[in-house]
Design a protein around this ligand. Structure first.
Ligand code: BGP
Length: 472
């Protein structure tokens, strides 16, 4: 049903699962001062209410977790390297060997189970010191520090890791400046927008140079960009609403244009007046940008409905734009519109625009689960709602494949429960595996297979064939 060799698996990020925030020589990262994700300001230092400090203790429990992933048949496991484990402040000349060893062990464990690692170099967590001293990616110097880190891990894990992503959801830098790019106090003025787009340019330059490095270190390496994608729908057929859609699309496409085509699109100055004339963009940068990615990876959670009427817009969780209420779609408990068909649309759109292989590296339903006693007295969760969400999305992805879109694989987000990025809660669960940890930090951290665990195992085992007549 799915192409032979389709990469089925799951995805996590270091900052949301590893914990051990001050072990193994790790320095503080921006996540260690974001106890409430995007919904509240940063703290001065690590605080007890920050669930990410312990995460789900993946740092100590990863062998057990990888064994569970292997039991589901994962062919790929997406995780990230915590930059601050390798360069604790970001400024060091030499890497922290203990941090490097941790990921050696992790990737070796993947190999033991025949699971291919897919590694994000920067998933919402630069070293805090680099953020505070350099204002993160607002500074050109950060390119140099990032490349030192990237080169170190590309060389170290050469032969162990073949699939790499540079920046997680690179386009969210425009609205999550601190979490994504370590930039402090960014508001909504034109000046702030300039700073964020300038930062995006530095990130893109670093990303393109990473592509070059990765290919020169090992020609087998495949490097992708990673973009938060959502199809945009006009709330009405009014030309003003359609224009609002066009503008929102340009804001996201800017990132794929630069990563995939290696140049700025004509409309960049519409996004920020005079940007190309006033920004710090050198001739060398423009040459570097020509090192384009091998594939496009994306997260997909929801579509976004836009109206030119500000009254009809409203905040839509973590979406890159505010969304108007789409009367045709149900929403998750966190108000994220549920739109499986939107995945087919966005996959077709990206393939039409770029003709590059696509990789769905995040998709899933954040929901409240209740643990109950299952057969033989073992706790489990009857998460039919999650199965339904994933089944619908995977089937739409399959339709996109039938449409002719080239898709390399699918990694379900938060394949094991972890701390949410936007709200920093444990109770917003995505996993096939339940982790006994609560929003107040209590819990044994024990792992339990949910109903969806067995369902996904069947999906992988049959390479998706069971989805048409799958019994749960
Ligand atoms: C993406 C992030 C992930 C992840 C996911 C779900 O934007 O790349 O890190 O967390 O969203 O979001 P949340 O955890 O806020 O539900």
């Amino acid at each position: 049903m799915f192409p032979k060799g389709f990469l089925w698996g799951g995805a996590v990020a270091a900052n949301q699962c590893e914990g051990a925030y001050n072990e193994g020589g790790k320095g503080l990262s921006v996540q260690d001062v974001l106890p409430h994700g995007l919904v509240a300001p940063r703290s001065d230092g690590p605080t007890d209410d920050n669930l990410k400090l312990c995460g789900i203790d993946f740092y100590h429990r990863f062998p057990e977790d990888l064994a569970l992933f292997a039991e589901m048949g994962f062919r790929v496991f997406r995780t990230s390297i915590a930059w601050s484990r390798i360069f604790p402040t970001g400024f060091e000349e030499e890497p922290n060997e203990e941090g490097l060893l941790f990921y050696d062990k992790l990737f070796d464990e993947c190999k033991k189970h025949g699971i291919e690692p897919l590694v994000t170099l920067s998933h919402y967590e630069m070293p805090l010191m680099l953020a505070e001293k350099n204002n993160g990616w607002a500074s050109r110097d950060t390119i140099r520090f990032f490349l030192r880190y990237a080169e170190t891990v590309l060389k170290r894990y050469s032969g162990k890791v073949k699939y790499w992503l540079t920046f997680n959801e690179i386009n969210t830098v425009l609205f999550a400046g601190f979490m994504n790019a370590g930039i402090s106090s960014c508001g909504n003025t034109d000046k702030d927008r300039f700073v964020l787009l300038q930062a995006a340019h530095y990130m893109q330059t670093a990303s393109a140079e990473t592509v070059r490095l990765a290919h020169s270190i090992d020609p087998e390496n495949k490097v992708g960009c990673m973009v938060a994608e959502a199809p945009y729908y006009p709330l009405t057929p009014s030309p003003a609403d359609v224009l609002a859609v066009m503008k929102a699309e340009q804001e996201t496409d800017l990132f794929t244009e630069v990563s995939v085509r290696g140049r700025y699109p004509y409309y960049v100055n519409q996004l920020c007046s005079g940007f190309l004339q006033n920004a710090d963009i050198t001739h060398d940068d423009l040459e570097t940008l020509k090192n384009t990615v091998d594939f496009i990876s994306l997260s997909y959670y929801m579509s976004t409905c836009l109206s030119s009427d500000e009254q009809k817009q409203r905040a839509a969780g973590m979406g890159p734009n505010n969304s108007a209420k789409n009367p045709f779609l149900a929403e998750s408990a966190w108000g994220w519109p549920i739109d499986a068909g939107g995945l087919r649309i966005i996959l077709n759109r990206l393939y039409l625009l770029y003709g590059k292989p696509l990789f769905v590296v995040e998709n899933g339903l954040g929901a409240r689960d209740s643990l109950q006693i299952g057969k033989e007295g073992i706790p489990t969760v009857d998460d039919d709602y999650r199965i339904q969400y994933l089944r619908d999305h995977i089937l739409e992805m399959h339709k996109a494949i039938e449409d002719g879109v080239e898709i390399m694989g699918y990694t379900a987000w938060g394949c094991i429960d972890l701390v949410s990025a936007s709200t920093a809660q444990m109770s917003k669960r995505y996993g096939f595996i339940y982790v006994d940890r609560n929003d107040d930090g209590s819990g044994s951290m024990a792992r339990y297979r949910k109903k969806s665990f067995y369902w996904y195992r069947n999906v992988i085992k049959s390479n998706g064939a069971c989805l048409l007549d799958c019994s749960d």
